[in-house]
Design a binder for this molecule. Structure first.
Ligand code: FMN
Length: 352
């Protein structure tokens, strides 16, 4: 019995991808295709988030998710951050922009939660931590399912204990930020998605959504067999026409000189996986300092992307980005399902 079938017709979740890719057109297209589309509220104000929710609702009546970043207290070392930013000056000069202020903010956290309780969406998902039980209960009371993203068995257990309806397990293979609840070296434990599923599946009694490096139907089949109730894919949707992925990022995903990914804090001060480019190889030792470093590098990343320079901007993507294709989102969902059904049988979605 698939425990998420009251939300979706097929167990394909489109990963929230902040920074542009997963806006309303992509989220609506995936939900229309029977999967779960997801808006990324990260880096946005509450007003921008609610406007985007309205945009999705104008495009589809199907359920969709909104993903919110859980803020952390400001523990960063200002001297370490300043020293790191000095090293970015040559890049800033070359791009003709100033490095931004390395300010801390909470990503409009309280306003977003209040808005999502007042006007709920089908699913509210969380990244970078687990919200308190009262907040989860408030969202559930308003009619939203709550999913918390975890990268290790302990954080998955915490999320289940806090009342999450489902847990999104994110492997180290995943593109974008690792949803670690801290960001010290020890917090990034490095579980691959199959190892993480095996470590968590007997330990919690809520549905599991598996994310990290999944690109094809057989990958979806693999995680379903390994105990997941759904597969969440991000990179597989990055090149869809409905995706808001910028042109530099799109070009990088098929550039002959870029062939691997790595983890880095260089762009944001938080560990994330991206395609290895010159920015990453030049700035290897960024300190932990999110969102300060993210705020400081925004002007550089934007300017580089605007001039199509994929060596000077962030290129978040999962390990298997080279398997990505440029097809409509509904096509991606359909192909994933068809190839998965070839392996597991046609009833996997509704009665598997
Ligand atoms: C460009 C990009 C942006 C991302 N932004 C977010 C985000 O805002 N919130 C989140 O929970 N995960 C984010 N992720 C991680 C995804 O949720 C998911 O874990 C990941 O895409 C799975 O790995 P894959 O890209 O190999 O499919 C992002 C991933 C990418 C590639």
């Amino acid at each position: 019995m698939n425990r998420l079938r009251d939300i979706v017709a097929v167990p394909i979740f489109q990963a929230p991808m902040a920074g542009g890719p997963s806006g309303a057109p992509l989220a609506a297209a995936v939900s229309e295709a029977g999967g779960l589309g997801s808006l990324a509220a990260g880096y946005k104000s509450c007003t921008e988030m609610t406007a985007e929710i309205a945009e999705v609702r104008a495009l589809t009546t199907k359920p969709f998710a909104v993903n919110v970043f859980v803020p952390h207290p400001d523990h960063a070392d200002a001297d370490d951050i300043d020293a790191y930013l000095v090293g970015l000056r040559p890049q800033a000069e070359e791009l003709g922009v100033s490095i931004g202020d390395a300010t801390w903010d909470d990503d409009d956290w309280s306003a977003k939660i209040e808005a999502l309780v007042a006007d709920p969406v089908a699913v509210t998902s969380f990244t970078f931590g687990c919200p308190p039980n009262e907040m989860i209960v408030a969202l559930q009371g308003a009619g939203s399912k709550v999913i918390v993203t975890a990268t290790n068995p302990e954080d998955a257990a915490t999320s289940a204990r806090s009342g999450a309806d489902a847990i999104c397990l994110q492997g180290i293979d995943a593109g974008g930020h690792q949803s670690v609840f801290g960001d010290s070296e020890e917090d990034v434990r490095g579980f691959g998605i199959l190892a993480l599923l095996a470590a968590v599946r007997g330990r919690v009694d809520v549905p599991l959504v598996a994310a990290g490096g999944l690109m094809e139907g057989r990958d979806v089949a693999a995680v379903l067999v390994a105990g997941a109730d759904a597969a969440q894919l991000g990179t597989a949707f990055l090149r869809c026409p409905e995706s808001g992925t910028n042109a530099a990022h799109r070009a990088a995903l098929e550039a002959p000189d870029l062939d691997r990914t790595a983890l880095t804090r260089a762009f944001s001060g938080r560990t994330a996986r991206g395609v290895v480019n010159r920015f990453m190889t030049t700035h290897r030792s960024a300190p932990s300092g999110y969102p300060q470093i993210n705020n400081a590098t925004k002007s550089l990343r934007r300017a580089a992307a605007a001039r199509g320079d994929y060596h000077a901007t962030s290129l978040f993507a999962g390990q298997n980005f080279a398997l990505g294709t440029q097809r409509r989102a509904a096509d991606v969902v359909r192909t994933l399902m068809a190839d998965c059904a070839d392996i597991l049988g046609p009833t996997v979605w509704t009665s598997g």
